[in-house]
Design a protein around this ligand. Structure first.
Ligand SMILES: C[S@@+](CC[C@H](N)C(=O)[O-])C[C@H]1O[C@@H](n2cnc3c(N)ncnc32)[C@H](O)[C@@H]1O
Length: 455
């Protein structure tokens, strides 16, 4: 049985060794979360008129802590791509921490450390008010209510005033149809023997044979199974306390720790006028409570996953002038080769078209590598800012940093491959930050990608 420092490690139901009910005898294949990379968080905050933790110096020193980092691969990619930053990964599963720490050591990364601690004890291991960013992906809806409190307490403890918590979790109402499915899988796995993966597979086969769920359920789960490693499913479906959350409850619990909701980290929600129907916006504008407004937004859109940003303490607002200047000096990269962009995208509000001169000019400028918006020639800033919003929301561009030397990139890539986890990672290191790539593709970029994404 895994024993975590200072925390509670218990044997769960069946043959599950568990961290307070969370699967601990299987390694979670961790991911790179592009929405929580510093350049993306900063671009979203700046768009909302909020000063980002790094302010006007995106390559200045900063600290990012990852609560529940898993094996820490996503954090390692960030650390290699941001030599100016300091990174700390916390997890209660010692095997996760050992794997992350061994890859970081083999890659010679000097700016990352891993702490083995459970959420209830990690406070003691780390100083208060030392983090500019805390990220926590895929944890809150997978752990007990007490641990949800510990996670938010820890984030509130670690963040400096003005620092940002970026937290991703399954939410309601979108997960409602899947709750019954998870309930059945966990019940059918409870008395089975074997590894978590074997118990999940056995339960799934029994559930398929029982014919309780319709075709669309099986198409959905089989589609996921084609894309994700087997251990992912044990972590997703066998945890005792798995429970999708109402955003309003999280907003309220965060507010009790002086963490104020500052929007969503996924760009497709950037502009309510493009992302939400006019009638929805009228209803939302009439709701005073931030918690009720966030829940109502999820009800309108049928949302199933939240990527919340919370600012610690008083929110530092930018003047309109400072906001526009910061946005014009922000750096961007094109996500597709030249000529492959589509100048329209679906949002919850309908189809968003942006086949205009500014959008074309921006992509033409970015074809040979990342650039700040201010270098795009012949157009006014109002048109450029409007076009970059649409391109960002549609996933045609990503926010990146100015270039830096990334001396450990090759050694880290080699260490990831040598550890045998290269085939499942979904991120790559560039001189402009870590970027998302298709899961399972080589972590070394092609020549075209290297030019466009600036390696
Ligand atoms: C679904 S994984 C997410 C990993 C990573 N953040 C990612 O998205 O790739 C949840 C992580 O939380 C950790 N965890 C669960 N309960 C914990 C506890 N009580 N204390 C510390 N870590 C815990 C697990 O070991 C696991 O690595």
């Amino acid at each position: 049985m895994a024993k975590a420092r200072g925390g509670t490690t218990t044997a769960g139901p069946g043959h599950l060794d568990a961290l307070d009910g969370y699967v601990a005898d299987s390694l979670y294949p961790s991911s790179f979360h592009a929405a929580f990379a510093p350049p993306n968080i900063d671009a979203i905050l700046t768009h909302g008129g909020i000063a980002s933790p790094r302010g006007a110096a995106p390559r200045g020193p900063f600290t990012m802590v990852d609560i529940g980092c898993g094996d820490g691969i996503g954090l390692i990619l960030n650390a290699a791509a941001h030599p100016e930053g300091h990174f700390i990964g916390i997890d209660g599963n010692p095997a996760h921490i050992e794997l992350g720490a061994s890859i970081a050591a083999a890659g010679g990364l000097p700016n990352i450390r891993f702490e083995h601690a459970c959420f209830d004890a990690a406070r003691g291991a780390l100083h208060a008010a030392t983090a500019d960013y805390v990220q926590c992906q895929g944890v809150l809806a997978w752990v007990s209510e007490a641990n949800r409190g510990h996670v938010l307490d820890l984030a509130g403890h670690l963040l400096k005033p003005g620092g940002v918590l970026a937290i991703g979790y399954n939410c309601l109402p979108g997960w409602t149809p899947i709750m019954a499915f998870q309930q059945m899988v966990r019940a059918l796995a409870a008395d089975r023997r074997g590894t978590p993966v074997e118990r999940f597979e056995g339960a799934l086969a029994a559930l398929r044979a029982a014919d309780v769920f319709g075709r669309e359920h099986w198409e959905w789960i089989d589609g996921l199974r084609a894309r994700f490693p087997a251990d992912y499913f044990a972590h997703e479906y066998l945890n005792e306390n798995w429970c999708p959350l109402w955003a309003g409850d999280v907003v309220t619990a965060a507010a009790a720790r002086a963490l104020a909701c500052a929007g969503q980290a996924r760009p497709y929600r950037l502009r309510p006028d493009l992302a939400l129907k006019a009638a929805w916006r009228r209803s939302l504008d009439a709701i005073e409570s931030a918690a009720a407004r966030e829940t109502a937004t999820d009800l309108f859109t049928g949302n199933w996953f939240r990527t919340d940003l919370y600012v610690k303490g008083a929110v530092r607002r930018l003047t309109a002038k400072a906001r526009d200047e910061a946005r014009m000096s922000g750096w961007w990269a094109a996500t597709k080769p030249a000529g492959e962009a589509r100048f329209e995208a679906r949002t919850a509000a309908g189809t968003m078209g942006f086949d205009n001169a500014a959008a074309h000019a921006i992509l033409a400028t970015l074809a040979d590598g990342p650039q700040p918006l201010s270098v795009v020639q012949g157009l006014g800033s109002a048109d450029l800012l409007n076009a970059i919003d649409a391109l960002f929301m549609a996933g045609e561009v990503i926010a990146v940093d100015p270039p830096a030397s990334v001396p450990h990139a090759s050694a880290v890539n080699a260490a990831i491959q040598a550890a045998g986890v290269g085939a499942t990672i979904n991120g790559a290191i560039t001189r402009h930050g870590a970027i998302e790539i298709v899961r399972g593709s080589p972590s070394t970029l092609t020549d075209e990608q290297s030019r466009r994404l600036g390696f």
